[in-house]
Design a protein around this ligand. Structure first.
Ligand code: HEM
Length: 498
């Protein structure tokens, strides 16, 4: 290189470095900027924000400390995202119920945009509103919360209990069986059929849900730095997640094609048929009823409705093992109201206040969605005397209500009696158990989940006694927090009652 070439090379590099430094300063200063009036919170570090504050720590504990320091609505930067956390009944209701128009959107994500093509219940705005309304009314027609669905669930309960009975009271982790049984309820509603627990295709589907559940975390790196997905390699599991979703979508799409071939417009068999009949009327171009919206919506029901209820059943069994007197009292109620000659049915529920108190306490302490599912601000929101900036992620901190010692004395203790008055009936405190969230995005499957929990738990208690693996080895009550707060894996013995 001659001297001219060298000097131009040098000046080119000087310019490049200068541009890089200016860009870096801009990014750093932007990441440290706190626009006026944003909800208060810790400052954090350049670029990464407050990630170190929550990384490898119990995020719920961190949020409890931040609430004490900054009040009911605080915010923190995670990467380039601002996360606003809403705490306590009053602020939660003010935001998500009274001001639902502004607080009901979901964050945009490349998975929703690129993989789901902006379809399904995870979207925002008009598309979400119509898809949710159509889904909910279709599910109601199929008996959500009604008797007609009851017999389908009871059929599944029978298969589930028979499979457990075959274990002969030996120590076993009931996780896979429970996920399969609960998933089969969604299969019955959406596909019109259940699968045998040994079916290989079904087992594969279940393992995909489990993997998605494990990979998808609230503090996950790619939520804070979406561009990490462009890096080579698969350090942040993004490609893995995309692959999982594509495979689930492929599975559901096949079922949609099969349904189309055998569709009879005068005889609606299931959820997919209901969509396809509308598609025939309105044409494939209507984004509410095109194949992608059917497929992604069905997938949403599986993802939202399988591991959630199954995780809650695992918490319920865990607390039964830890609290033998509570288990005995519940069984006593079942024996008095139902006996042993038939399965418990929904009509029994009103006569079983102790069950209601028990399951309410499981929903509270199990606390499987302590931060609900993230919401987002689609524009600047003026809230109290603060501004929640456009594109902020908004977390309804349900845990701040359900673990509040002012509302629930000794909140860490498992005590169903706290929900019962002197007359043995519910005392009203159950209203503060907001495990299904609140407002317009409230869990779409709440009545199905409550139905499943009742039919599964009472039938389990009617047939089995639940014991720890060995008399002096109680399973841990510790949890892991992925997409949901789940009990760590544990084995137990389900011994058939004589
Ligand atoms: C014990 C079991 C369950 C719990 C604790 C639970 C809890 C929740 C929570 C906290 C949300 C987020 C609400 C928000 O954004 O603020 C949610 C949303 C949702 N849940 Fe559930 N859920 C359960 C079972 C089910 C079941 C069985 C289904 C089945 C269909 C289901 C379907 C959905 C759907 C589709 C959404 C999204 C609603 C929307 O974005 O409009 N869930 N659930």
């Amino acid at each position: 290189m001659d001297i001219v070439g060298f000097s131009s090379f040098l000046s080119f590099n000087t310019v490049t470095v200068a541009i890089a430094v200016v860009l870096l300063i801009l990014v750093v200063s932007r990441s440290l900027q706190n626009p006026a009036n944003v909800p208060p919170g810790p400052t954090g570090y350049p670029i990464i924000g407050c990630l170190p504050l929550i990384r490898n720590r119990n995020i719920l504990e961190v949020f409890r400390e931040l609430r004490k320091q900054y009040g009911d609505v605080f915010s923190l930067k995670l990467g380039l995202n601002r996360m606003v956390v809403v705490n306590g009944s009053e602020a939660l209701r003010e935001a998500f119920v009274k001001r639902a128009d502004e607080f009901s959107d979901r964050p945009a994500s490349f998975i929703i945009r690129d993989i789901f093509k902006n379809r399904g219940i995870g979207t925002s705005g008009e598309h979400w509103k119509h898809t949710r309304t159509f889904s909910l009314s279709t599910l109601r027609n199929f008996g959500f919360g009604r008797r007609s669905l009851e017999s389908r669930i009871q059929e599944e309960v029978t298969s589930y209990l028979d499979a457990i009975e075959k274990l002969n009271g030996k120590p076993h982790d009931l996780k896979d069986l429970t996920v399969q049984a609960i998933s089969n309820n969604i299969c019955s509603i959406t596909f019109g059929n259940r699968f045998e627990y040994t079916d290989e295709e079904f087992k594969r589907l279940i393992s995909l849900f489990a993997e998605n559940f494990r990979l998808n975390t609230v503090g996950g790196s790619t939520r804070s730095f979406p561009w990490l997905r462009h890096l080579p390699g698969n350090y942040f599991n993004v490609q893995k997640q995309v692959k999982i979703f594509k495979e689930i979508i492929g599975f559901v799409a096949e079922r949609v094609s099969e349904h189309r071939i055998s569709l009879d417009e005068n005889s609606e068999r299931d959820f997919i048929d209901a969509f396809l009949i509308q598609q025939k009327k309105r044409g494939q171009d209507d984004p509410l009823f095109d194949d992608m919206n059917i497929t992604v919506t069905v997938m949403n029901l599986f993802v939202a409705g399988t591991d959630t209820t199954a995780t809650m059943i695992r918490w319920a069994i865990l607390y039964l093992i830890h609290n033998k007197p509570i288990q005995d009292k519940l069984r006593q109620e079942i024996m008095t109201v139902v006996g042993t000659s038939r399965l418990p049915s929904l009509a029994d529920k009103t006569d079983m206040p102790y069950y209601e108190a028990f399951i309410t306490e499981v929903l509270r302490v199990g606390n499987i969605a302590p931060l609900s599912v993230p919401h987002a601000a689609k524009k600047d929101i003026q809230f109290r005397d603060m501004v929640i900036p456009k594109r902020s992620i908004i977390l309804p901190n349900l845990d701040s209500v359900m673990s509040d010692p002012e509302l629930f004395e000794d909140p860490d203790e498992f005590r169903p009696e706290r929900f019962l008055g002197q007359d043995g009936k519910l005392n009203g405190k159950e209203k503060n158990v907001i495990a299904f969230s609140l407002g317009r995005r409230v869990c779409l499957g709440e009545s199905l989940a409550r139905m499943e929990l009742f039919l599964f738990m009472t039938s389990l208690l009617q047939r089995f006694e639940f014991l720890p693996e060995s008399p002096n080895k109680l399973p841990s009550l510790d949890s892991t927090l992925g997409l949901a707060r789940a009990a760590k894996d544990y084995s137990c013995r389900a011994v058939k009652l004589q």
